[in-house]
Structures are given as C-alpha cells and as structure tokens.
Write a protein that binds this ligand. Sequence first.
Ligand code: 28F
Length: 631
Amino acid sequence: MGKTNRYDADSLEVLTGLEPVRKRPGMYTDTECPNHLAQEVVDNAVDEAIAGHADRICVELLKDGSLSVRDNGRGMPVDIHPEHGISGVELILTRLHAGAKFSDKHYTFSGGLHGVGVSVVNALAEWLEVEIMREGARWKMRFENGEPVSPLEKIGRAKKSETGTLLHFSPQPSYFDRTEFDVESLKYLLRAKAVLCANLRVEFTGPDGDQEVWQYGSGLAEYLTQACDTRQNLLAEPFMGEAENGRQAVRWAMQWHDEAPGTICESYVNLIPTAQGGSHVAGLRGGVLDAVREFCTLRDLLPKGLTLNADDVMASAAWVLSLQMNEPQFSGQTKQKLSSRECTPFIAQNVRDRLSLWLNQHHEEAGSIVERAIENAQLRRRSAQKVERKRAAHSGPMLPGKLADCTSPDRRDTELFLVEGDSAGGSARQARDRTMQAVMPLRGKIRNTWEVGEADLFSSEEVRNISIALGVEPGAGSDLGGLRYGKVCVLADADSDGLHIATLLIALFRRHFPRLVEAGHLYMAMPPLYRVDVGDEVHYPLDDAECEQLLKSLGQKRSVSVQRFKGLGEMNPEQLKQTTMALATRRLVQMQMQDDEADNLVLNRLLARDAAEERRHWLEREGNAAALDSA
Ligand code: 28F
C-alpha cells in the first residue's frame, strides 16, 4: 500500500474468463438478491479509499432498479496490457480474479472471500457501464451479460484534478430469486464503511431522490459516541485502542452504560460487517474479561464466591471492533461469522493490556464498570440459584464418581466435556475452568448404541453415567428440564480411533437423546493437529490446510518449528486449555440435526451392524451411478 506505487495495466494478474460464474452463480455470490453485487462494487471503491486515493463514494439506486457507484479515486487503469492486448478496465471486468489485490502487493488487507472481484458483477449483470476519469480524459465502456458491446472510448475531457471510477449496472434477473436490492441492508453496509474509514464521505441516493450521508471524523469512537448519546454513559470518553503485528491490525472503541441496553455491538473484518461475530469478538470479550477480573482481584473487589464471566462484563457495554487481516475465513450459514483463529489471542492480549492500563488510570470509571459487572453477576447467580433449588427439590440419582463436576449453579453457562481415555481426562480436568466446565472421562470405545433399544441401553455403564451426568433420560420425548449443562462437548483425538469414538457418541446422542441435539446442546471440541513456534509466538493450526496457510503467511522466517500432535495425550494441560477448552481461544463446532432420514442414512452406513446389508439397500435406492464406485 503506498501512494508512490506506479500501477498500470501490466501489474494485473489474470486468471480465467467469466463462464464459471454464469454457470454456477451460487458459488460466487448470494443469489437470493443482488445486494452482494452492490457490496462487491462498493468494496472496490472502498479499497481505493483505504489505499488513500479516494475520500468520497456515492451510491445511487435508480428508478429502473439499476445501481450506480462512483468514487473519486485514481480511476481504473485504461492503458493496454502488454501481454493480453486489452485495457486494464476490460481485464478487471472480464477476467475472474483479475487484479493484484489477490497477491497482496498493493493492498495490505482485502476482503478475501467477499472480494472475489467486480468481474462477478459484470458476469451477472444484464448490462454494465463503466466511466473513468483519468489523466485529463473521460473514458467509457459498455458490457452486456459480461461481454463488451462497445470498446473503451475516450468520450471527453476532464480536469487533471478530477479522477475516479463510476460503475452503473443492472442485475440480470434470471440469476436472482429477487431482482430488487434490499435498501436497508445496503444502507447498513454503506454506513459501516464510513464508520470504519475515518473521514470517508459516503452518500446514498434513493429512487425518489431521498439522500443520506455518512461521515465520521475520528471513525469508531465518534460513531459510538453519536450512537450512544441518548444513554447514560459511564465513561466520559470511549475506551479505545489499536494494535498491529504485520499480519493483522485491530481497532476498537468501547463504552459502558448504566442499564443493560439493546445497544451497538458491531464487529467487522476488512470493513465487512460480521453480524454473527466470531473469533475476533471472542478475543475482545476474553481480553475485557481478563482485565476486569485482574483489576478486581488486585483490589479485592469481588464479594466472596462470586466470579465474573464475559457476559457479566459485556452486558452493559457498547462497542465497535474492526479487524483487518489477510484471507479471513468465514463460517455460518450466511458467512457472517469470522472463524480465523489467529486473531483471537492477538486481540485478547492487546485488549487486556490496554484495558488494564486504562482501568488503572481511570479509577472512578473503572469502579462503575466493575460495579455494573458485579450487579450482573449477582443477578445471574440469584436466578441460577432459583433454578438450582427447583432442581434440587426433585434431584435425581447420585452423580457418577468419574465426573469432575463444575461449581457454577447456573446451568446455562456450563459445559460437560466427554473425554476419550483416563489420561486425556486428567489433562482436561487440570485444563478446565472449574467454575463452569465439567469433565467426564470415558473408558475406551463406548458401546455402539445405534441399534440398541431404549430398554437395553442402560446395560452399558458408560451410557448410564452419561445419562445421569446430563440429568436427562434417553428417549425421543424426554424432558430437557433437568439438563445440567448448556453444552455437551465431545473431545476426542483427531486420529481415526478418536473419530470412531466421536462417531459412536454422536450416534448415541442422535438416536437416544435427539432433543438434546435438536436444541443445539451437542458440540465437537476441535483439538489442533499442529503446534507452530515462531520466535516466541505460538500457533496451533487445526489441520493440514490451516497449517499450510499459516506457514505461507509467515513467509521465510528463520526460526519456525512445526510439531504434529499424535493425540491429546501429547498436549500438556496448559496447551489443552489454550487450544481446546479456554473460551477465548478454542474452537467448538455445533452439531446440527438434519431430518431423521438424512441422519439415519449417514449413521447407518457408518455404524449399522449389518453394514453390508444396509449398503446394499442404499445402493438399490441410489441406483447404478453409486454402484459403480462401490467395492
Ligand atoms: C465504483 C467502483 O472500482 N474503483 C477503482 C481503481 C483504481 C485502480 C485500480 C480500481 C488494483 C487491484 C486491480 C488506478 N491507478 N470503484 C472502483 N479504482 N482499480 S477499481 O487498479 C487495478 C486494480 O486490482 C488504480 C493506479 N493504481 C490503481
């Protein structure tokens, strides 16, 4: 990123044409409505602003349903590419992934998954016109269904100082369920860009000429202050901070309120809103919790027996978090949740350090933050005690001896880890947070219960223990009222034995505790396969792909050492805690239930005693295609 970079058509990288996009639009965009196309174009304009060349973006939705986006950046390159013999403009708009953006040379951070490029927009547009002002001239080119229908033409003169790009397009209706842009979410996105890019002026004009303008001089803090001003702020100025380590950059602003507000809690990655949060938000929450806890401990502020959790501290907080990083990974149905794990410890540590310092410099305000958190914790404790008393009134049989239970009476926050083997069980017991995490080791392979009837089920001691520990009886209609844990986490080795055990457990829950799975209580813990040491930084990539990506991003550093874990047993409790159990840094995957038939099909093929028979039935149903590749 730099204003001195000379950037012409010959620094573009070129991949393929647009056929793949038109063939499988769903792989490149959200085909429900064309908003993602708008986002793509806006992101391009914002990239130009982040690079320091544009400070104004105007978006207009026209009466005919088309959208125009304009920036005052340098304008797309118009000169002819020496190798490809077409202009930079045409390359950008007609080649998939055309652009140095993807080689990270000119833009420090870009949208990754979202930033697949504006050529996707062209491919899925009935028509698209681009106008460029550059080097004293105006240029124009028109496309229909992604194909050029007029050459890049000089259409007039412009002042040397007037530069920029205008894209105007109409989505091709046949690719989308709905042809209309969703105005509300488009506006939300535009406002977010202005919030995150200090001083950038973003304008939106609607079909009736209605206009909105967003611009924030100091970015996050100003936005937060404006958004919160009607409330009772506990801080005179938001608590802010930023940090960078070469591979990622984070900024945040936080305010606390007197009452639990339905307030601003917003997170972004590369200026893209992550409505469902993710690993960066986990870092913020972890860092804030650590700092507040430490502040309380040092001053002995907590009533006896009370521990604060992240919700206690964050419930009355308003915040905006902005992360920039390379190749972010997203998860969740709508890809609105960040899953890249590298940022969590980075953010947690920086937030913790800054907040510790800040709390010590702002005693009075720190006091009110702590007061609010303690009140929240006490409220939580009281309501939990109520539940606990109810539960105790008709409490069930004695808990299994192998269960290392947790102490928190609030059952919504608690977690039960079912761990393969006594030795890993021992590590997990040391690694856990004993207030809210319980551990129960399972001896070897549990019984395959897939085809076992309910009546027979309790002849297995392990199954009986699991049922008692959970406080739930097996059965399709069984009541979850007595459930003793909010999350049930299967923790097994990442090898094939471990996977088998995990499968047996999932089958047990799916068949005999279906309501537990349905209500989203079942999780898989994801222990990492690798440990990578870089100087005094430690990373724990989950799998081969993550490890490769990490090594790539580290480049050619001298002191990189890679260790592959053969099993849980090779991790010490501290490592197990950090990678697999601690709220801020671990990864849990929620098991979701499909309909009976789909789940039965999969689990039957894996676990049915008469697997050959079942496979044959399956083949009969699925026909010849499947028979070809079966043994
Ligand atoms: C309305 C949407 O697309 N604006 C754009 C530029 C400027 C340059 C550029 C774009 C670099 C990374 C290929 C000009 N001069 N608004 C926009 N403004 N693309 S897109 O360069 C090519 C891209 O991928 C530009 C010198 N350097 C860069």
